[in-house]
Design a protein around this ligand. Sequence first.
Ligand code: SAH
Length: 483
Amino acid sequence: MYKKNDVIQLEISTLGSEGEAIGKIDGFPFFVRGAVPGDVIEAGVTKVKKNMAFARLIRIIKPSEDRVDPACPYFGKCGGCQLMHMTYDAQLKYKEEKVKNDLIRIGGIDKAEVEKAYAGIIPAKEVFHYRNKEQYPFGEDKDGNTVCGFYAYHSHRIVEQTDCLLGNEENSKILEKIKEWMSECGLSSYDETSGKGYLRHVMIRKGNLTDEIMVCLVINAKKFKGSDIFVGKLKDIPGMTSITFSSNTENTNVIMGDNSTLLWGCERIRTVIESDNGNIEYALSPLSFYQVNSKQTERLYSKALEYAELKGSETVWDLYCGIGTISLFLAKKAKRVFGVEIVPQAIEDAKANAKLNNINNAEFICGAAEEVLPAYYKDTAEKPDVVVVDPPRKGCDKSCLDTIIKASPDRIVYVSCDPATLARDIKYLCENGYALKKYAPCDMFPNSFHVEVCCLLERLRSAKDHIKISIDADDYYRIKDNK
Ligand code: SAH
């Protein structure tokens, strides 16, 4: 049996669900961060459990062919990227396999069926500077100096770093100005343990094609201090459009408060999705969700639109619709779109965005999909032709899926950012009259383990329908042959 501090030699065979390397000795798995499948390494055992152990990479004895030098000096310390030490091809292969395995293992779908439904991964063209939004936590080092950056892997320790390779180039300058304002006004950073301190997080966003910049400060107070100094430092940065703050005085991991207040400029920035069907412009508030990779969003939503197979006469439900991003994409090709979203500010954005784009056939309701939808269906008995769902990582609530099943659309387009909960929900839909027809993973997050997936599920003719069809056919031949 192994014990802590043992030094072992290990060949890495695979990666776990969060990009952690796994190698086995006599069938016993060791989890090691920072290694790549194909590496032969020396590692020190850090923790031994009944069925697995953790180890720390000491040195690479023989590097894998998939290994590259990570482009960011913070790789390994910062928890943001997990796969930057792998070639992009190897990253894509890992994501393809992860989705496929989840569909088979968790989704219970036959391997041959999964392979038949696979429509290829949508790779990213840009693997750096693709993020339109970053959220930087603020804290203090042990000498009481302000630090900001990103959390270390599975921890809330801040790794100081303001020049993320994935983010907007303006971010580090904006953060410098914010630190100046804190020092001039004598403001402290938030301390999670004591719940004291002023500044919690800074969110910076930039609009695609418009280059409009939004800065929102999350503070542990109701009132904003030193706003003139603050605004004075930021407003002349090229592109600066919206400066707001959100008050969050709760002891929680949730970043934003449930409100935002304008300090300077506009409440919203504009961002654009280009499409063959004409560009769509979206106005975006601080509290609203928007996909972080603008270019890949265009590719992902084109796939969703392709899977929806709209001809112009369809009623479409878009559940978890955010600011109406997919809804408006679909509305151009459908008769009517009905969107549901839980964040009030996002629903206001969705309505404003429909107007902004002269789209009159989209309607939006604010509320939890699992509550709003059953009530809406009970009232209207509406039969949508297509249902699109794009839930957060935890997937769809059962009562939401039950309502979809009752409403029995011909097609369900499921957009997911978590293959495991996607597979769980697909299993349920497949047990209730649907089949997986096609799916395409989309690499929204190069260098990280995350992957987005777009799936098409089709309603099967029920067994009863099948029987009816075969009897009809028999009757037809009987009549034809005069039997
Ligand atoms: N389809 C949108 C948003 C997808 S992200 C887009 O592509 O931009 C998931 C969205 O679901 C977020 O906007 C989040 O606020 C919303 N949401 C989370 N829980 C929800 C729930 N229970 N009911 C409805 N919407 C929810």
